[in-house]
Design a protein around this ligand. Structure first.
Ligand SMILES: [Zn+2]
Length: 323
């Protein structure tokens, strides 16, 4: 028999799903800041998976993924527990931006949080200590902001750490096909989780305004792959036999100002010297052709079709290997 699942005052008995809100802060007028949380406690024991979305306030694909995953989860058949925080960065979400306007911070630089810190640090502290630390596996759903990006998953822990292997395996099981394996900055949940011994990944589900249906579908498959692989739900995960791994990026910068005409598309596997884009003047004359400096994957590009000199045109994933 499974045990009670509890996050602060929210409680779910074995075989039960409970949706509710955690009050984590106060607004300027004293009204409560409440985060929507879902607890799904399987009838049978098994691992605990923590999911969160909207750590960056304008990255909305993750909440669409979690809602669909929850809809399809049956607590009577679940072997284990799922803790889902559907919206982490309340202040940033309401401001339609990545950063919290309450302290100007990015939530994903604030983990594991501080009890007496700034607004984002306090919220991170509550979630990390009361929810994340109960988990055996942790998935922090992100996307490349509003800039177009491929669907990929990130491993942010130092390769020399022992837990790196478990994080990379979790990324492989997520099965989205493209992995960035690169130590992240301090304060990322995908670094703080592993420091507590919890394998953690940071899926990046495309980049768009609003919801992108294709990226959301890949996110649902990824989360369900994890639930299947680690035995929480029945079924065979859909994991590609060969997935691309890169360990960093080349930045493709414009030397001239103008309009971008892309030669390459996202996901293209480029060889050294392949053209990425032309920079053109307002009349359409080509000012320069930007090329891949090495073999690489076209990972993300500019939102708008114009750039100033020195502005980013695109990012290319480098040092390709496969898992
Ligand atoms: Zn993000």
């Amino acid at each position: 028999m499974s045990e009670l699942l509890q996050v602060e005052q929210l409680k779910a008995e074995p075989g039960e799903r409970v949706d509710g809100y955690l009050t984590v802060a106060e607004m300027q007028d004293g009204s409560p800041v409440r985060l929507p949380v879902s607890l799904v406690n399987g009838a049978e024991p098994g691992p605990t998976v923590y999911l969160q979305a909207i750590s960056d306030g304008d990255e909305l694909n993750g909440i669409a993924v979690i809602r669909q995953v929850l809809k399809r989860l049956d607590p009577a058949r679940l072997k284990g527990k799922v803790i889902a925080v559907l919206m982490v960065n309340f202040h940033a979400f309401h401001a339609h931006q990545a950063f919290s306007p309450a302290d100007g911070k990015k939530m994903n630089r604030c983990f594991p949080g501080r009890q007496d810190g700034t607004s984002s640090e306090r919220i991170a502290y509550r979630l990390f200590h009361h929810a994340v630390r109960q988990a055996d596996y942790c998935i922090d759903l992100h996307q490349g902001g509003v800039r177009p990006m491929i669907d990929e998953v990130r491993v942010r822990v130092d390769r020399r750490k022992r837990i790196h292997r478990a994080c990379l395996e979790l990324a492989r099981v997520f099965g989205i096909g493209y992995i960035l394996d690169s130590k992240g900055p301090d304060g990322q949940l995908a670094r703080s989780g592993p420091e507590e011994g919890i394998p953690t990944i940071d899926p990046e589900l495309g980049g768009c305004h609003g919801w992108d249906e294709k990226s959301i579908q890949k996110g649902i498959t990824g989360v369900e792959n994890v639930l299947k692989h680690y035995g929480l739900i029945q079924g065979t995960p859909h994991i590609p036999e060969r997935q691309v791994v890169v360990d960093g990026f080349f930045s493709v910068l414009a030397n001239r100002g103008g309009f971008i005409e892309y030669h390459a598309e996202l996901y293209d596997h480029l060889q050294k010297g392949d053209p990425v884009a032309d920079i053109t003047d307002p009349f359409g004359n080509v000012l320069e052709t930007l090329r891949a400096p090495e073999e690489s994957i076209f990972w993300s590009h500019n939102l708008r079709p114009m750039v100033a000199s020195g502005e980013l045109v695109g990012m290319l994933g480098k040092n390709i290997w496969y898992v």
